[in-house]
Write a protein that binds this ligand. Structure first.
Ligand SMILES: Nc1nc2c(ncn2[C@@H]2O[C@H](COP(=O)(O)OP(=O)(O)O)[C@@H](O)[C@H]2O)c(=O)[nH]1
Ligand SMILES: [Mg+2]
Length: 320
């Protein structure tokens, strides 16, 4: 279990998130939509060409993308399905094929090995869920005994700093911030320095996603990284890109954009509970060879779950 990072038991009443528990509920909108699409397809014993085409269409409508849809449906052409329990069988088969695509992207975020503090830079467009994800991560880490410093390097809005402070207090994490409009790189520098001075396990650094254009964003992130490296030449150890599932295929181009700006070590996909487009995670896995560390299925700390290919694939097709 990833939250076992610092080898302490979670305190009573703060159960570790059980993988797959909230996920089935969280993916209801997506699995419901997919179920509608596949019900008619699997009413036959064997999938003919027309049924296969329908299946691919349903998968594409669920935002999985054409490449993944073809990869998932092709092996099913060889299969025979029992008329009576065809749908359940089909769900199992679909989950299996989807999991094949997701498996290579599975990879726990390891913050417990390597030199301390582990420095985690969190990037993504405005509204994608960066601040919330940092808050959830901090809470889960402090619950298992991790010492966490949070840096509010999104200095655009006072409310954004305040929002992060609320999470830091809730988590019992140290909080480094400056005033609205202050230099973001300065805050990042202070955060890394504080984390090192205080022997913290992890530093989590929030950033702004609302920069005007790509060159501005590139310059800002480059400056943040350059300045952090004055304290720790290996910083950041992790750069997490946060993606909002409700934007669908747009999430794929966000990966491309940010990838051209800075190295990304892992992905977090949020708001999977708020969309029928949960299949976009499959498209993402098919397209980009970047580990998916976490998924968000709600606004509470326990709604940030380590990503598991099998569990996600099953929940997506409506299997618990
Ligand atoms: N339903 C749901 N809402 C989320 C999730 N993650 C973030 N949010 C909400 O999305 C909104 C934007 O999140 P925020 O962290 O402020 O985005 P930021 O601009 O990238 O920092 C907030 O209202 C969050 O509560 C999630 O997994 N599920
Ligand atoms: Mg924010």
């Amino acid at each position: 279990m990833i939250w076992g990072l610092f080898n302490k038991k979670p305190q009573q009443g703060q159960a570790t998130p059980e993988q797959g528990k909230g996920l089935f509920e969280g993916l209801r909108k997506s699995s419901g939509k997919l179920a509608e699409g596949i019900a008619s397809v699997f009413s036959k014993e064997k999938l003919d060409a027309a049924a296969l085409a329908d299946l691919e269409e349903s998968l594409i409508a669920a935002d999985m993308g054409a490449a993944a849809a073809a990869r998932i449906s092709a092996p099913l052409a060889e299969r025979r399905f029992n008329k009576e329990k065809g749908l359940d069988e089909a769900r199992e088969a679909l989950a299996h094929e989807i999991a094949q695509i997701l498996k290579p992207r599975e990879g726990a975020l390891d913050l417990s090995s390597g030199p301390k503090p582990r420095i985690v830079l969190v990037i993504g467009v405005n509204g994608s869920g960066k601040t919330t994800t940092i808050g959830k991560l901090a809470k889960n880490l402090t619950d298992v005994g991790g010492k966490v410093v949070i840096g509010a390097a999104d200095t655009f809005r006072a409310a954004a700093i305040e929002q992060l402070k609320v999470w830091a207090d809730r988590a019992g994490a140290e909080f480094v911030a400056s005033s609205q409009g202050a230099d973001a790189a300065g805050v990042a520098y202070e955060t890394v320095k504080r984390a090192r001075d205080e022997n913290a396990d992890v530093a989590l650094i929030d950033t702004a996603g609302r920069l005007q254009n790509k060159s501005e964003l590139m310059a800002e992130l480059a400056k943040i990284i350059r300045v952090m490296r004055k304290v720790d030449e290996d910083a950041p150890h992790e750069t997490l890109l946060v993606l909002d599932a409700t934007v669908g295929q747009n999430a794929l181009s966000q990966v491309e954009n940010f990838r051209s700006v800075t190295e990304i070590t892992g992905l977090v996909m949020t708001k999977l509970d708020g969309t029928a487009k949960g299949g976009v995670l499959v498209a993402l896995a098919q397209r980009h060879a970047i580990p998916i560390h976490f998924i968000g299925v709600g606004e509470a700390a326990e709604d940030l779950q380590p990503f598991s290919a099998d569990t996600f694939a099953r929940a997506l097709v409506g299997l618990s």
